[in-house]
Design a protein around this ligand. Sequence first.
Ligand code: DAH
Length: 339
Amino acid sequence: MKEQLNQILSAALAEVKAAASQQTLEAARVKFLGKKGELTAILRGMGKLSAEERPAAGQLANQVRAQIEQALEQAQVNLAEAVVAHKLASETIDVTMPGQKISLGKRHPLQTVLHQLYDIFTGMGFSIAEGPEIEYDYYNFEALNIPKNHPARDTQDTFYINDNIVLRTQTSGMQVRVMEQQKPPIRIIAPGRVYRSDAVDATHSPVFHQIEGLVVDKGITMGDLKGSLEVFAKRLYGEDTGVRFRPHHFPFTEPSAEMDVTCFKCHGKGCPLCKGEGYIEILGCGMVHPKVLRGCGIDPEVYSGFAFGVGLERIVMQRYKIDDMRLFYENDLRFLAQF
Ligand code: DAH
């Protein structure tokens, strides 16, 4: 009996010592101290011993039980400590390690210049209007004095969703939308994407951006148009920028003009960039056609207005001397990071 107990003790201690997890520890407890455990079996057999043998054997059995219990308890504590120690070690933060570099994005050059335009025009009292890129033929053409058979439609072919709905070819339709909704005085710019059936090359894209401008009030004259657009050009390109207006034709303005600014490179002397002209064209403009005003319920005998349309890509290209429009849309970081 004594021998058996000592065997159980050393086997139990060895197993407890070797246990590397809560589960194996529990398995050892069940194996030796459980209901069907080895020590329990021995204790059950006590009854068969003689009255003289029983006290000594009982004492020894209890000692063995106590020792195994103590070993289990200690192992339990050790395991818990090991788990915490491991966790601490694996979660150590080395504050001297170099940080992870977060590369900050920035505005696309088109957006940068667009926001400069917002600043310039809101500074002159304009507000910003936005409208749909999928537009009714009526707003894109008809209401702008471009009926179905008008030759101006040839240069602005686009995707027709049906006979009445197109991808807008110009932001000029916003003039009509705004005039239908607001009473003069009106002072807005309307930026946005426009679409044309143009093949992609260095200076053409089937999707590009325009900024429309519209001012309607009593007594607005060509003088207001020229003054406002000259201020705009100087704010955008610098105070030493000169402007000139050339007569042109747009169906929805009368008279119409194109505005040129002095070449950024030669300042008007003439160079290869401006093809010897000294000037570079930047926008179309004119006095809002009486027919367009009338169509929006504004009496051209009482009110007059001017309008203009700027191609965003073009002015950004001139501004940063970018020679290929496709660079704007490729989103190559080597290009974008330069601005
Ligand atoms: N929408 C014209 C175009 O895409 C540009 C334009 C010209 C807009 C004259 C205007 C304007 O508002 O008055 O070619």
